[in-house]
Design a protein around this ligand. Structure first.
Ligand SMILES: [Fe+2]
Length: 411
């Protein structure tokens, strides 16, 4: 961190605006967070069901390949040739018996081991690699991989905790409520580029305060009320992995609506199937947002199941990758229901389109005002670990920044 950049307070009730745009700070985030001892979501096992299947994914700004090898194992490999660093695979999905770099045709197996180098012995006794050149020393870089019942995560750092321990018990329990061992199937994808700092996204998913104030759709059609019972779990180790959940869909329109300027009493939905969920899990939780440090969220909103993966592109832009999924044994009606509910989110979703717009407002308000700070005092000044909380709290965002500061600024 440059000396001119100081955090204004001891605690995280203030977050300085420069944290969202400073290029040097951003480079350190890549090194210490995205390429450090933390897990990034790279895909679902069901996306690569067959031997030879390859999915191109990302960890931070680095392209990686998730592959299924002949033994059925899943590998995640840095998508960069060990020879001259070229990206080996350009396709989003592929199937092949090997990975071959297009530049000089160095060839690797599906685990990233180098198996062939053209003209290794030269030509007619001239050129080629020295005799002692050892293919084993020149494989592609391999990441550590773990899967939670079909959700695949990878890390560059051998020192990362095992994934379950990394998530923390409460968060793992909530995660495996959805990833409970049943086979998953993908329903669809969306991608969007948002002109704002990547951290605004995990913040937003931890931010129950804004839900009824920003999202006209949610409140106008009674999908969410601030007086619903809220659940807030943190992992006890970091407080940076969180579950923000709420129970029971409101039957009436909103209580306390006079406080919400965006509430539109006259709005009605012509097609109620857009918001017609059925009870699916063995509890009353209708919305469950799990955010895993650094930047992936897994959400259940009624029967809508999705990952939202944040891929940073410089300090002022990120890609948001949506993966909508269900279970392999869903009947057609359930798949159609999940698909209809997917209108709520995604790049132009009835709800999430508001967030996209506001992220850019945040960027516009932050960028020229780096001497100012954001205020995060909602829900008190806790530094301990609340495991339950009301929904009017910014505690989960403070938790994120407390952990963030430990990683970023303590040697
Ligand atoms: Fe939102």
């Amino acid at each position: 961190m440059s000396n001119t950049r100081q955090w204004p307070t001891e605690d995280c009730t203030r977050v300085p605006n420069w944290v969202y745009s400073d290029p040097e700070n951003y480079q350190q985030e890549l090194e210490k967070i995205f390429y450090g001892p933390f897990w990034s979501f790279v895909g679902l096992e069901c996306e690569i069901p067959n031997a030879g299947d390859i999915k191109r994914s990302q960890v931070g700004e680095r392209s990686v390949l998730m592959t299924r090898d002949e033994a059925g194992d899943i590998n995640v490999i840095l998508n960069s040739c060990a020879h001259r660093a070229a990206e080996v695979c350009q396709k989003k999905f592929d199937n092949s018996t090997a990975l071959m770099c297009p530049y000089h045709q160095w060839t690797y197996d599906l685990k990233g081991n180098l198996t062939g180098v053209p003209f290794r012995r030269g030509q007619k006794g001239a050129g080629g690699y020295p005799k002692e050149f050892d293919l084993k020393q020149h494989g592609m870089r391999k990441l550590r991989v773990e899967s939670v019942n079909g959700a695949v995560f990878a890390t560059f750092d051998e020192n990362a905790l095992p994934l379950k321990e990394y998530m923390g018990e409460d968060v793992y329990t909530r995660f495996t409520r959805v990833f409970d061992g049943r086979k998953i199937k993908v329903i669809g994808y969306q991608r969007q580029r948002i002109k704002a700092n990547w951290k605004l996204y995990p913040e937003n998913m931890k931010d129950s305060y804004h839900a009824t104030l920003l999202h006209v759709f949610l409140i106008s059609f009674g999908l969410y009320r601030m007086d619903q019972e809220g659940l807030l779990f943190h992992d006890e180790r970091t407080r940076a992995n969180n579950v923000v959940a709420s129970t029971a869909t409101a039957k009436d329109k909103l209580a306390g609506k006079e406080e919400m300027i965006s509430f539109k009493d006259s709005y009605a939905l012509l097609d109620m199937r857009q918001v017609a969920p059925v009870k699916e899990f063995n509890d009353d939780i209708t919305i469950q947002n799990i955010t895993l440090f650094p930047a992936v969220t897994m959400q259940q909103q009624q029967n809508l199941l999705q990952f939202r993966n944040v891929v940073p592109i410089g300090p002022n832009e990120f890609d948001l990758q949506w993966t909508f999924f269900g279970y392999e044994d869903d009947d057609d009606e359930m798949t159609l229901r999940r698909t209809r509910l997917a209108n709520l989110t995604g790049s132009s979703g009835y709800i999430s389109v508001d967030d996209t717009e506001v992220f850019e407002f945040s960027r516009n308000g932050m960028l020229p005002n780096n001497d100012r700070n954001c205020v995060l005092e909602m829900g008190g000044y806790d530094t301990e670990t609340p495991t339950k909380g009301d929904m009017v709290s910014e505690s989960a965002i403070r938790g994120f920044y407390e952990f963030y500061r430990k990683i970023m600024y303590s040697e």
